[in-house]
Design a protein around this ligand. Structure first.
Ligand code: GLC
Length: 493
């Protein structure tokens, strides 16, 4: 099992002794803007719990709280070979997963680059491309096998309403995607039609969110896992609820009220009404300039896609006000999304007191010369943005635990921000300690541990395909009542 490990040294604040007064004042204002103290965190958690409940109610709320029809955790004995397809933001990954029946697995996988233009291209282009990748995978791994239909777990990590495990109507694109004619449609028939056109013998057995896959995969190797979270390009969580706690399913299912149900929260949409999150003018600007304004309010303050952009907007603002990069050409900084979270990581990781690596970075990337006090400001800004992201993320985890009365558990976490952003894990753990008041407990013994997950979109997707086929064989439901599925699918045609 993986723990957070020995505590890394805290982010080095460095001395601010040589920073002139006007910049110190700017730093102090940024600290006020971007700091989420414990009291605020607790207010956010309280509101979050109410919004989670609202999402499960008949009336619904901002947080979609989607029943995924994953109704069992693996028992570790699952066996067989399954295909998994992960449509992430930058790559497409196809995996063949062999479940070995002893909480272990073998995986063979290929990655295919997804051209960035595809994010805003046409729907046909997208599905054809995915079908081509699946075909290429089968040709290279099973060149001589003829036509037996294979089961696919398709990880499609965008908010989809599901009437059954294998389908999903895309509610809206997130993470900067904007492809016409997909929103409001079921994605499964679109992929299957492309597979048919190209004679690829694959059936979509399960449509999965990355968070659900992460939870199930992590639970397979560590049964103490009760939640899956992604802190990457986007951010989101899945957990297990119980049918009787989901009023919006009333009348739609033939299930015992005690049946567990994995919920894909889509918590990126938390506080779309802007009631509680401490948004800055930079967050407002990111939202207004995004392809989907007024959506994903929480995600836009936390996720990897937006962290670099926030840093860029603050820098430009301070430059325009005459505080930094005086008399320098800042053209290189003007392109939206030209800075990604890895630049912030590099700024935070500069080991030198005078931040010479940041100087080199800004010279080579933007042809901007930075003074030492400016670099100290840039570094403090990166720390503030990274810390805010980690603390708000922890508020989401705490809200789910409190709602479910969970006092002790493991949370499987994945995504580039969680895995790569310096100090993200420690800062998140500290925020959980602040929220729950674990003052006297050493970090290694915190009762709720957010820790690196198993591969949700590969192993998780395969496991969910296996669990689904098993339920189907046993005649157990894998969705709403058949007549309701029929009715709702006609409505979406
Ligand atoms: C976005 C998507 C969600 C996904 C998350 C992490 O929030 O809407 O489905 O789980 O990103 O990838």
């Amino acid at each position: 099992m993986v723990h957070l490990g020995p505590k890394k040294p805290p982010s080095r604040k460095g001395s601010m002794a040589d920073v002139p007064r006007d910049l110190l004042e700017q730093i102090s204002q940024l600290e006020t803007l971007f700091t989420v103290d414990t009291q605020k965190l607790n207010t956010i958690v309280d509101h979050f719990i109410k919004e989670l409940e609202k999402g499960l109610s008949k009336e619904g709320g901002s947080i979609p709280m989607i029943p995924t029809w994953v109704m069992t955790m693996p028992d570790g004995k699952e066996k067989g070979t399954y295909l998994a397809l992960d449509m992430g933001g930058t790559n497409l990954r196809v995996c063949e997963v062999e479940l070995l029946g002893n909480r272990d697995f073998d995986i063979t996988q290929s990655k295919y680059h997804m051209p960035p233009e595809m994010k805003t291209g046409s729907s046909e282009q997208l599905w054809d491309y995915i079908a081509d990748c699946l075909q290429a995978f089968l040709q290279s791994h099973h060149p001589n096998e003829a036509g037996e239909e294979l089961s696919l777990g398709f990880t499609f990590s965008y908010p989809c309403s599901q009437t059954a495990i294998h389908n999903g109507v895309l509610q809206r694109w997130t993470k900067g995607f904007d492809i016409d004619n997909v929103e409001g449609h079921d994605v499964q028939p679109m992929l299957e039609a492309a597979l048919k056109r190209k004679n690829v013998p694959i059936t979509v057995t399960a449509l999965i969110n990355d968070t659900t896959g992460t939870m199930v995969a992590s639970n397979y190797t560590d049964p103490e896992t009760q939640m899956g979270v992604i802190f990457g390009t986007g951010c989101n969580a899945a957990y297990f609820d119980v049918v009787k706690n989901i009023p919006k399913l009333e009348g739609l299912v033939d299930l015992d009220p005690e049946t567990p149900m994995a919920i894909n929260c889509e918590w990126g949409a938390f506080d779309n009404e802007h009631v509680v999150l401490p948004r800055t003018k930079y967050d407002v600007q990111i939202d207004e300039d995004s392809p989907r304004p007024n959506q994903q309010a929480f995600e836009k303050m936390i996720a990897g896609l937006y962290l670099g952009e926030l840093h860029r907007l603050v820098m430009l603002d301070l430059h325009e006000q005459g505080f930094i990069f005086e008399n320098q050409n800042v053209e290189g900084l003007k392109k939206p999304y030209s800075i990604d979270a890895s630049l912030l990581s590099q700024i935070e990781e500069d080991p030198f007191e005078n931040l010479t690596e940041v100087e080199d970075l800004f010279m080579s990337r933007f042809n901007i010369h930075t003074t030492e006090p400016e670099r100290k400001l840039l570094r403090r800004l990166a720390e503030l943005i990274g810390t805010r992201s980690a603390r708000l993320s922890a508020a989401g985890v705490a809200a789910i635990c409190k709602k479910m009365g969970i006092e002790k558990c493991h949370v499987g976490a994945d995504g580039s921000v969680f895995n790569k952003y310096p100090h993200f894990q420690e800062r998140g753990a500290q925020a959980l300690a602040d929220i729950f008041g674990w003052n006297d407990i050493p970090p290694a013994h915190y009762p709720i541990k957010v820790q690196p997950a198993e591969d949700g979109s590969g192993v998780g997707a395969a496991l969910i395909a296996a669990l689904t086929l098993k339920r189907m064989k046993e005649g157990l439901p894998v969705g709403m009542k058949p007549e309701i599925i029929e009715k709702l699918s006609l409505e979406h045609k």
